[in-house]
Design a protein around this ligand. Structure first.
Ligand SMILES: Nc1ncnc2c1ncn2[C@@H]1O[C@H](COP(=O)(O)OP(=O)(O)OP(=O)(O)O)[C@@H](O)[C@H]1O
Ligand SMILES: [Mg+2]
Length: 263
């Protein structure tokens, strides 16, 4: 459904951030993209959704295809119309608008009459939003704003959602709740999901397939069941392995070998 082929991304004409990144998302899947701070996860999502341009970034090599069409040269509005919706890191809601106004804003690209039903559907997924429907969203808690950001994405009836760290800064119970809803959205609405997460344990528990990236490249890719059993993943991402976790990731031989295969 989505395929990223060997892309290179440069900011400000000089800062090379993605260095030949490839990944694939099949229809109906939840795919997790994991990696440490600064690895290039958000940049990857922005290169899909066309949001690099406002930051003076560009895909300078390689291609991105969505449902058979090349999208790496299209602008963000076009890509939304094609069915891809990115939920940005840090729950960007329109703070001065109420919850319901935010949801209506999410349906701006649509002309059909289903908007009311869809607002009801969002409230069914997130009952807390219904309770606060007339409240200004800027005064809601971080978790509620994250729910609203996802709800607003649903209003665009996307075929694919790009989620950037939905667990960021949320209490564990709320994280569980939101991830449960993400799974239901995938299963019941048939929305394909590309999920960026620092919380590897959680991401690997909901995703079908996972990519690990370091320094602008994919260093490991596999079905999540296999990644969960991988010794290096267990040690460095799940904190389960034996030994000193402060040790550099690069110092592990087996990891280096694998990295060479993939690069
Ligand atoms: N607009 C920009 N201009 C210049 N450099 C940028 C820009 N955005 C990101 N970068 C650089 O690109 C690299 C990757 O950033 P990115 O935000 O994609 O990482 P990330 O994997 O999402 O990290 P995090 O987990 O901290 O969110 C970083 O070194 C960052 O400094
Ligand atoms: Mg990021």
């Amino acid at each position: 459904m989505l395929s990223i082929n060997n892309i290179e991304v440069i900011y400000n004409d000089v800062i090379l951030v993605l260095k030949g990144l490839s990944l694939e998302v099949r229809e109906g899947q939840i795919v997790a993209l994991l990696g440490s701070n600064g690895a290039g996860k958000t940049t990857t999502l922005k290169s899909i959704s066309g949001l690099l341009k406002p930051e003076n970034g560009a895909v300078t090599d390689g291609t991105i295809e969505f449902m058979g069409q090349r999208i790496d040269r299209r602008d963000a509005a076009d890509i939304v119309r094609m069915g891809i919706f990115q939920v940005m890191e840090g729950r960007r809601v329109f703070e001065h608008l109420t919850v319901e106004e935010n949801l209506r804003a999410g349906s701006y690209i649509r002309r059909d009459r289903g908007v009311k039903d869809d607002i009801e559907k969002v409230y069914a997924y997130f009952p807390r939003l219904r309770e606060r429907r007339h409240q200004k969203s800027g005064y809601m808690s971080g978790g509620e704003q994250q729910m609203l950001a996802i709800g607003r994405a649903l209003m665009a009836r996307p075929t694919m959602m790009l989620l950037d760290e939905p667990s960021l800064g949320l209490a564990p119970l709320l994280v569980q709740e939101i991830f449960g809803i993400i799974q239901r959205i995938n299963r019941d609405e048939g929305v394909t999901i590309l999920l960026v997460e620092q919380n590897a344990r959680l991401a690997l528990s909901v995703a079908d397939y996972g990519y690990l990236m370091e320094n602008g490249r994919v260093v490991m890719a596999d079905e999540t069941a296999k990644l969960r059993d991988n010794a290096d993943v267990r040690e460095f991402y799940l904190g389960l392995g034996a030994g000193d976790t402060a040790k550099s990731y690069r110092s592990i031989k087996s990891y280096k070998r694998r990295k060479r295969w993939l690069s």
